[in-house]
Design a protein around this ligand. Structure first.
Ligand code: MF3
Ligand code: CO
Length: 288
């Protein structure tokens, strides 16, 4: 983690917070500094090309799954379809076997009051449900990560609102993404907007660097924070705001140790993209 009281790299003697942070002279030294100081791998163009392919595969699979999410279908059936689509694309589903206890399925399906990490099961989707489908896939050893919400038929005003707010949070956060903006600006953008709409921002889970591994530094909080790391070309990370219509707190299921539900049972929504920082701004690698 960044030691915020240390002087900036620029040699001005100023603290991080105050420093204007001049860009180091060349890309190699920038990459070395990010790795040494933060453990962040700035990706080179060969890596970016591979990660772009993994992200496009992720986006395609996610889109197909969303189109199949209809009343009557179970999330287990979506998982089966996901297995098939991964296979056809020559991709490996990153969630399967991930973590402790090992995640048992190939995608996360988070319904209604589930914030994230929902496990596909035999419950058929019903009119009035909404759910997040989260796809993370590995292609040729490189990672992509994206998720979206789907409404099943007509949903309540409350669900519609939190679904719209979370998508707008992601859109606004992506607008922040350009070199030399700071990581904290992403969380500020998200939490300012969510609060203005009467919603809360989950702070137990964060976005993350990705590409060469599933989860890499840096952490990308969606809530207010003071992480001063400047965004730099070659950074690849997810933004995946989880927005609640009620309280921000989530409770992890004591049986499966994965499913996270809102403490008050009110609906929660999330959208996620994998973002590349470019010289001029950003590229949404999982755009469809
Ligand atoms: N997008 C989620 C993440 O970044 C996907 C979780 S998959 C799981 O962690 F296996 F960890 F549940
Ligand atoms: Co993610």
């Amino acid at each position: 983690m960044i030691a915020r009281n240390d002087p900036c790299w620029c040699g001005s003697g100023q603290k991080w917070k105050k420093c204007h942070y001049p860009r180091p002279p060349n890309a190699i030294s920038l990459a070395k500094r990010y790795l040494d100081e933060f453990g962040i791998i700035l990706k080179n163009s060969e890596q970016i090309e591979k990660i772009r392919i993994a992200c496009q595969t992720t986006a395609r699979i996610l889109d197909a799954l969303c189109r199949h999410a209809k009343a009557g279908i179970t999330t287990l059936e979506l998982d089966e379809l996901s297995r098939k689509l991964h296979k056809e694309a020559g991709a490996i589903p990153a969630p399967l076997g991930y973590g402790q206890p090992p995640f048992p399925k190939t995608i996360c399906t988070s319904l209604n009051e589930v914030i994230c990490h929902g496990i596909p099961d035999k419950r058929p989707l019903e009119e009035g449900d909404f759910l997040n489908i989260d796809v993370s896939c590995i292609v040729d050893g490189y990672f992509g990560d994206s998720s979206r919400m789907v409404a099943i038929g007509k949903i309540s005003e409350e669900k519609k609102h939190v679904m719209d707010v979370s998508s707008e949070c992601l859109r606004r956060a992506i607008q922040v993404c350009k070199p030399e903006r700071r990581i904290w600006e992403i969380g500020k953008e998200i939490e300012d907007y969510a609060r203005s709409q009467g919603c809360s921002v989950v702070n137990q889970f964060v976005g993350h660097g990705t590409g060469l591994s599933f989860h890499e530094p840096p952490e990308v909080p969606h809530h207010y924070n003071d992480n001063e790391i400047p965004l730099a070309p070659g950074m690849i990370f997810t933004i995946e705001p989880m927005i609640n219509s009620g309280v921000r707190e989530g409770i992890i299921d004591s049986q499966d140790h994965w499913t996270v539900r809102t403490a008050d049972g009110k609906p929660s929504a999330q959208w996620e993209h994998t973002i590349l920082i470019t010289e001029r701004g950003h590229e949404i690698l999982t755009a469809f």
